[in-house]
Design a protein. Structure first.
Lengths: 112, 112
């Protein structure tokens, strides 16, 4: 079972560069989430989606964009990378209302 | 704004001790509260709580929810070094938004 797959696992970006963090799930889940986790901190919600074509902002959306063209994929886009975006990014998905969220293994991003 | 507050933020105990981790929340349209354990990588699911006063138990871990006072506790008895981790509390809301909001976590260190 693949579950939630994130790529890449690690990435170093220069300030001002852009990149897309990929997230794919094969569980036919409607709900998908992007979080960032700074050292010693919990998870902060960046964006989430309740289904294909529907996305909404979380707690810390500035500097990021998302799209949800299919049920399976929920990519996160950084347009102009800044050092403040250095973090570990987790994608998660959830099937129905009263079920737990499953997490990908994370992407460690460093912006220098 | 939805809020999840965990305490303490950090805790150091000796093997064999019993610990209680706290999670309080303020969220519109509460659906459920979840506990996760995070070691080096992605969070792994422990419990989901939807009803007040019903204890969920798994081995040495147990958790209970109080929907009137808006909090939950996670108990770990006879702690082991393998329990060292960050314990995350999250709250799901309902009614269209379906956000999943996390607290900052409690970092538990169990020393031999």
């Amino acid at each position: 079972n693949a579950g939630v797959t994130q790529t890449p696992k690690f990435r170093i970006l220069k300030i001002g560069q852009s990149m897309t963090l990929q997230c794919t799930q094969d569980m036919n889940h409607n709900y998908m989430y992007w979080y960032r986790q700074d050292p010693g901190m919990g998870l902060k919600l960046i964006y989430y989606s309740v289904g294909a074509g529907i996305t909404d902002k979380g707690e810390v959306p500035n500097g990021y964009n998302v799209s949800r063209s299919t049920t399976e994929d929920f990519p996160l886009r950084l347009e102009l990378a800044a050092p403040s975006q250095t973090s570990v990014y987790f994608c998660a998905s959830r099937g129905h209302m009263n079920t737990e969220a499953f997490f990908g293994q994370g992407t460690r991003l460093t912006v220098v | 704004e939805d809020k999840v507050v965990q305490s303490p933020l950090s805790l150091v105990v000796h093997e064999g001790d019993t610990v209680t981790l706290n999670c309080s929340y303020e969220v519109t349209n509460f659906r459920s509260l979840l506990w996760y354990k995070q070691e080096k990588k992605a969070p792994t699911f422990l419990f989901m709580l939807t009803s007040s006063g019903i204890e969920k138990k798994s081995g040495r871990l147990s958790s209970i929810l109080d929907k009137k006072e808006l909090f939950s506790i996670l108990n770990i008895t006879a702690t082991q070094t393998g329990d060292s981790a960050i314990y995350l509390c999250a709250v799901q809301n309902q009614g269209g938004s379906e956000k999943l909001v996390f607290g900052k976590g409690t970092k538990l260190t169990v020393n031999p």
